[in-house]
Design a binder for this molecule. Structure first.
Ligand code: HEC
Length: 140
């Protein structure tokens, strides 16, 4: 009788441990999956449309570009503008040749990156973001 009692106790204890282990590994696996997808969504650059880039990024006193140049852009806004320039570089303009486009958009990215890193040069960014210089060659 006594042995049976202890055996039953032991069995129940063992079942509980296994169940706990099962739940724990499930939680660990899902936490890991969640963390990975979260991290990759941060790393993956968001794609911006041309119109968005020009209207929200470039045009006017409230654009991201104006804020970065005026020193009022938040870190988030700086990152957004850099991501916009990355999208811009991947774009194929209807007018002008691809080499010229690559040179101009690479200059934009290179001028913007230091702002994200905390040491941007406003004059260099102004030069790289010259609207007319690019539009005259690449805009219909
Ligand atoms: C590296 C090249 C480049 C630079 C720099 C640039 N643009 Fe553009 N922009 C373009 C191209 C190309 C188009 C035509 C887009 C298309 O094909 O629809 C355009 C279009 C536009 C449009 C029309 C967008 C639409 O679809 O309605 C606006 C507004 C505009 N640019 C504003 C600006 C301003 C303001 C600046 C300067 C602060 C600027 N852009 C700098 C390349 C550039």
């Amino acid at each position: 009788m006594a042995t049976n009692f202890f055996l039953a106790k032991w069995l129940k204890f063992w079942q509980e441990i296994t169940l706990m282990k099962f739940f724990r590994s499930t939680i660990i696996i899902s936490a890991f999956a969640f963390a990975t997808s979260f991290a990759s969504s941060l790393v993956m650059a968001k794609d911006y449309e041309m119109e968005d880039i020009m209207k929200k990024g470039m045009k006017g006193d409230t654009s991201l570009l104006a804020k970065v140049q005026g020193g009022t852009a938040t870190d988030e806004e700086k990152k957004t503008l850099l991501a916009m320039f990355v999208s811009l570089a991947a774009f194929t303009p209807e007018k002008g040749d691809q080499d010229s486009w690559k040179t101009k958009t690479t200059a934009l990215k290179d001028a913007m990156q230091p702002f994200v890193d905390g040491k941007g040069d406003v004059a260099a960014l102004k030069k790289a973001s010259n609207c007319k210089a690019c539009h005259s060659v690449h805009k219909e």
